[in-house]
Every structure is written in structure tokens, then in C-alpha cells.
Design a protein around this ligand. Structure first.
Ligand SMILES: C[S@@+](CC[C@H](N)C(=O)[O-])C[C@H]1O[C@@H](n2cnc3c(N)ncnc32)[C@H](O)[C@@H]1O
Length: 246
């Protein structure tokens, strides 16, 4: 998976995802939740190339980003010279000061492949949250998504940025040998006139979840669930969960 976020691929990601994701809408979504709970400091886990960060920073929120990939962090700093970004693993990290809220964005929860990964992440987040701190994250809803990809399916997504045109072919199939996983083979192309040039390819195993799994995992790790919110995304049916540290 990490090859998708390093070795130069981070620049392709940066270009393409600005077409796939409306980061302003993402900001409005998360900011409304944080405001509703009077939280004025936030850690974004899976901060990527810093497009959501930009909105928090421009709106004077006390923001910091954390990402596993140093290449993504470098690009996030380039995109937001005033931002605070740290390389780290959500399964084991320590901030210098606890924050009032943590968000895990862009389906980064899909990379928590085992329940051990999830418990480690929820415990790390717990120790880095202030009392009554808020955790909010999105996840791919296995109940809906697996009905779309059962037996295997191919999807194409097109993206344009700065007069460059791209397309991505994704082959998706369920793989439930270990949790509600799915296989995702993707090929990225740059389109020049009538020609299509392969620029990157990736094979990943990622995870979708049911609501019930998160209900129990959050309960066992001492969070109270405040809401599940239906949150459709460009490719996946998702929910966002809002939970509070007990
Ligand atoms: C799908 S991208 C989402 C990036 C960004 N949130 C966005 O919406 O554009 C997932 C990000 O999560 C990061 N990531 C994956 N596993 C991680 C981990 N264990 N800890 C922290 N970040 C992780 C990847 O490096 C990547 O930048």
C-alpha cells in the first residue's frame, strides 16, 4: 500500500485527488462537527498532501497533521508552509500536547487491517486526546460496498488538473478470508491526446467495516459513540463516526 504514497506517486495522488474529493465540503463536514462540540484544536490522521489542512489553517484552527508517508508529509508542507505536519503511525504516536479532537480522513481507516491495528490506533488516539475529546473518522461500509463489488468489478475514474488528464482503472473484489477485506488492483494512466500512458500501478488489500464492528471496537476501547453519519464519497459508500473519549 505505501507505494501508493511515496516514490513520486505522491505527486500523481496530489493531482488526481483534487478532482476526486471536494476538500472544501470535507472541511465543512468536519468543522461543523468540531464546532458543535466546541473543539478548537484538531489532529488530522492521514493528512496526505495537506488539502484539507489548508482550510483548517486558513480558518485559524489549531491544526496539525500526521501521516505515515514522509513523501506525503513533504508535499503537505510544500502545499502549506505554515502548517505543522509530522511523520508518524496512527497505531503508535505521541504528541507533545494532547488535542481536543482527532479526525481520520479520506478512508485512511481502511489501512487498519487487523483488529490489533485498530486497538493500537484507538489506544494511541485515546492517550493523545484531552478528557472528553472527540474522535471522528470515515470508513467504507462493507454492507453496501460489497454488494457492488461481489464477484469482481472494474471501475474507471477520470481526473483533470492543471491541463493534465488522468484515468484510473480499478479492479475490485471481495476477499473475506480475514475481516471484510477487498482486493484493489489499480492502474493509473496519463492521457495525452488519443494516447494513454501507464504511469503507475498498485495492488492493495484494504479493509471495509460494518457499523457493528466499530460499535464494539469503540466500546471496548472506552469511547462513547455519539453518531453514525451517512457520508457518500466519490467511489465508496461510507459512514462517518463521531465518538467521545470516556
Ligand atoms: C487515501 S489517503 C488519504 C489522504 C487524505 N486524507 C486525503 O483525503 O487526500 C490515506 C493516507 O493515510 C496515510 N496512512 C496510511 N496508513 C497510515 C498509518 N498507519 N498512520 C498514519 N497515516 C497512514 C497514507 O500515507 C495516506 O497519506
Amino acid at each position: 500500500m505505501q507505494s501508493l504514497y511515496s516514490n513520486g506517486f505522491e505527486k500523481i495522488y496530489d493531482n488526481m485527488y483534487q478532482s476526486f474529493i471536494d476538500y472544501k465540503q470535507e472541511y465543512l463536514f468536519y468543522n461543523t462537527i468540531l464546532k458543535d462540540h466546541n473543539k478548537d484544536s484538531v489532529l488530522e490522521i492521514g493528512s496526505g498532501t495537506g488539502h484539507l489542512a489548508k482550510y483548517f489553517i486558513d480558518n485559524q484552527c489549531n491544526y496539525q497533521g500526521l501521516d505515515y508517508s514522509q513523501a506525503m508529509i513533504d508535499l503537505a508542507i510544500q502545499n502549506n508552509p505554515k502548517g505543522l505536519f509530522t511523520q508518524g503511525d496512527m497505531r503508535n504516536f505521541k504528541l507533545s500536547t494532547p488535542v481536543k479532537s482527532v479526525i481520520i480522513t479520506g478512508r485512511t481507516s481502511s489501512y487498519l487491517l487487523t483488529n490489533k491495528d485498530i486497538n493500537n490506533a484507538l489506544q494511541s488516539i485515546y492517550t493523545n486526546l484531552e478528557p472528553n475529546g472527540i474522535l471522528c473518522f470515515d470508513f467504507i461500509d462493507a454492507n453496501r460496498f460489497f454488494k457492488q463489488i461481489k464477484g469482481g468489478t472494474t471501475l474507471t475514474h477520470k481526473a483533470s488538473f492543471n491541463n493534465s488528464h488522468y484515468s484510473r482503472n480499478s479492479k475490485l473484489n471481495t476477499n473475506t478470508s480475514n475481516n471484510f477485506m477487498f482486493d484493489w488492483d489499480s492502474k493509473y494512466y496519463k492521457i495525452e491526446g488519443h494516447n494513454k500512458k501507464l504511469i503507475a500501478s498498485d495492488t492493495s488489500e484494504v479493509r471495509a467495516f460494518t457499523k457493528n464492528e466499530w460499535e464494539l471496537l469503540l466500546y471496548l476501547n472506552n469511547y462513547k459513540i455519539l453518531a453514525f453519519i451517512d457520508k457518500p464519497a466519490y467511489m465508496f459508500d461510507c459512514y462517518a463516526v463521531v465518538a467521545q473519549k470516556l
